[in-house]
Ligand binder design. Sequence first.
Ligand code: NAD
Ligand code: UFG
Length: 348
Amino acid sequence: MKILVTGGAGYIGSHTAVELLNAAHDVVVLDNYCNSSAVALERVAKIVADETGRPAQLTAVEGDIRDRAALDTLFSEHDIDGVVHFAGLKAVGESVAKPLEYYENNVGGSITLCQAMQAAGVFNLVFSSSATVYGEPPEMPIREDFPIGVPTNPYGRSKLMVEEVLQDLARSNERWSIALLRYFNPAGAHVSGLIGEDPQGIPNNLVPYISQVAIGARKRLSVFGGDYPTTDGTGVRDYIHVVDLAKGHLSALNWMQGNSGVGIWNLGTGLGYSVLDMVRGLEKASAREVPYEIVDRRPGDIAECWADASKAAAELGWKAELGLDQMMADTWRWQSMNPDGYKKQGQG
Ligand code: NAD
Ligand code: UFG
């Protein structure tokens, strides 16, 4: 199949592009590089050529999902079978300061993309949603039939809004086949060390922060809260290896071959690890110390969050296979091979 991957130069998109190309799909990436580098796509092509022994069928288009004319041109030039839609803004704190940018990119951009898809007769869409749509769930693990919660920030609300737009869209025309994938906490990197998470400025998320402390780029980790009702008092999350997550998108595309309407799946491991588990995991992988101090809780954080991943296993035949040790070893390989991320090559 020929798959359009919006935001394909980003962290999850680049890993998904590798898996799509390895599975012999053609990939067209549309990205405006606002939070990524074109170098990531050169690395994707190298990984695929190394792993498969054939050149990657990868086309990179620089452009914006909010640009309807650019989308129309793309769909007229490429015979697209389905879209995996990652493009959007994702920093929770920034979304509070810049709500209009978040709604414009994430909600407006997704609507423009769907309009262009509809006009081009493309009705298969995989959307990157988030466990944030569950708000503060009543119990763990989180199942897909739990009530939608109240996200605490504009980023989370933008994901929920897009989910609702897509549900309405599927009701309007039975040709649509839409997968809403609710990610838990993506972490890790490709085993080659060539692609990984490359945050701009101070990382918002735990794993990139810890790895920057281990490499010496930051002094110490601030652990947000040591008094949660969890095993060691720190927050617990379901960290999923980004390569497992990427493979979940292929499973969703396969589901679309025989199904229409909306399918909703958690993509998580079903396991919860605390902040201190993650610190110890990276210390082990890097053989370096990760100094930390416990500080106040971060507003909007919940104590714990992990998935019931059985629906994806039953319906998509997908489950996470890579454990914490592999995730941390891959994180460290990426960090130590690319201490400045993709900027080392003077780009991005
Ligand atoms: P990322 O920032 O690395 O990737 C997003 C990509 O989209 C970037 O390459 C960026 O340049 C591009 N982009 C942004 N706005 C665009 C626009 N208007 N037009 C074209 N390209 C645009 O983020 P990621 O971690 O790879 O996340 C991918 C998706 O998954 C996002 O939608 C994000 O909200 C969602 N998600 C991420 C997480 C996470 O923890 N990483 C968790 C849940 C959901
Ligand atoms: N944490 C720290 N110090 C840090 C960063 C994080 O202690 O410097 C802690 C947090 O308090 C939390 C855990 O590490 O307990 C994970 O925090 P992240 O910021 O890495 O991830 P979150 O679970 O807060 O958020 C992630 C995604 C969001 C998504 C949300 C819910 O980043 O996009 O999961 O799915 F909305």
